[in-house]
Write a protein that binds this ligand. Structure first.
Ligand code: ATP
Length: 290
């Protein structure tokens, strides 16, 4: 077992951050950790990484219960992408990576170079000059280049463009196949649905059953014959569309249930001669198959 979290509880004063969070993560597994903003994903992850002190509960990493005496050694085998990435502003990306290299015996220069190319990292730029997405990319490369056995990522796709998102998914699947275990937090259900072997859900600081979380999401699968620009224009008018995935001529969109607007959207798409393959697949039934 790479990671086991048992009854983890963290209060901010009297306010609940998380209560009784329990889960395990094994080798060769990507575990999705899904919840809306403020659900408690970062609190859980920051407790695991020793950045917050939990009020209750225990954490076991690499089959050893985390405590002061083993924390530094165990955490060295973890790759961590924080939710908010921050470094010194006037340091260049290449120097940030060199700095991290000095901490890790297993830091792999060739792999780091390959990752920098894959993620198109602007090595000469200073951290303060980077966009949110580029900052996230630096954190991703830094978290992976030392070949950790366990990777913990707090909303890693925030700010990444679709090409880089796909590159991240591909890289994580390769890592998983090589034996690594990955905890992947996200508020986007569809991305974990595609990537993760298993998903746990958190809401208002507590773990919840998938059915509680997803009861009002519908999936619509469309076939688009030509340019999808027309489709995107239609969809822009529907804030209920929570996510849109375009793969060649197939478009999958997730729609927060609202019967009037759902019918309106379907009518508009049909009017534009966009072929609808499936329009009311419940996301929950998809998830239970995975
Ligand atoms: N430093 C803090 N002081 C007080 N309350 C906090 C603090 N950090 C988080 N919280 C509260 O704890 C709860 C969980 O927040 P957390 O940041 O862990 O959620 P999250 O799932 O990571 O959200 P997001 O997706 O927005 O990052 C929220 O109610 C939040 O307001």
């Amino acid at each position: 077992m790479l990671l086991s979290v048992s009854n983890l509880t963290k209060y901010y004063g009297k306010k609940v951050g998380v209560e009784n969070i329990s889960f395990t993560l094994s080798e060769k597994e990507i575990l999705g950790f899904v919840g809306p903003n403020g659900a408690g994903k970062s609190t859980t992850i920051r407790c695991i990484m020793g950045l917050l002190r939990p009020n209750k509960g225990s954490i076991t990493m690499f089959n050893q219960k985390l405590d002061k005496s083993n924390f530094q050694n165990l955490v060295k085998m973890v790759g961590y992408v924080p939710g908010e990435v921050s470094y010194y502003d006037d340091v260049r990306v290449e120097d940030i990576l060199k700095f991290y290299k000095s901490f890790y015996e297993n830091f792999d220069d060739n792999y780091c170079e390959e990752l920098c190319k894959r993620f198109d990292l602007p090595l000469k730029k200073k951290f303060e000059e980077l966009s949110t997405g580029n900052k996230k990319k630096v954190a991703i490369v830094q978290a992976i280049a030392h070949k950790p056995r366990l990777i913990i990522m707090d909303e890693p796709t925030n700010g990444l463009d679709p090409f880089i998102q796909k590159m991240l998914y591909k890289t994580l699947i390769e890592l998983k196949e090589s034996g690594v275990g990955i905890l992947f937090s996200s508020h986007i259900l569809s991305e974990v649905q595609h990537l993760c072997d298993r998903v746990i859900f958190i809401k208002e600081g507590h773990m919840v059953e998938p059915k509680d979380f997803r009861r009002d999401l519908k999936k619509i699968v469309l076939t688009v014959n030509e340019n999808s620009a027309g489709l995107e224009k239609i969809i822009e008018r529907y804030p209920e569309v929570t996510d849109l995935i375009i793969e060649n001529s197939t478009v999958t969109l997730y729609f927060k249930w609202n019967s009037v607007n759902f019918k309106k959207l379907i009518n508009e798409l049909e009017f534009e001669n966009i072929t609808i393959e499936a329009k009311d697949t419940l996301v929950s039934s998809d998830m239970s198959r995975s």
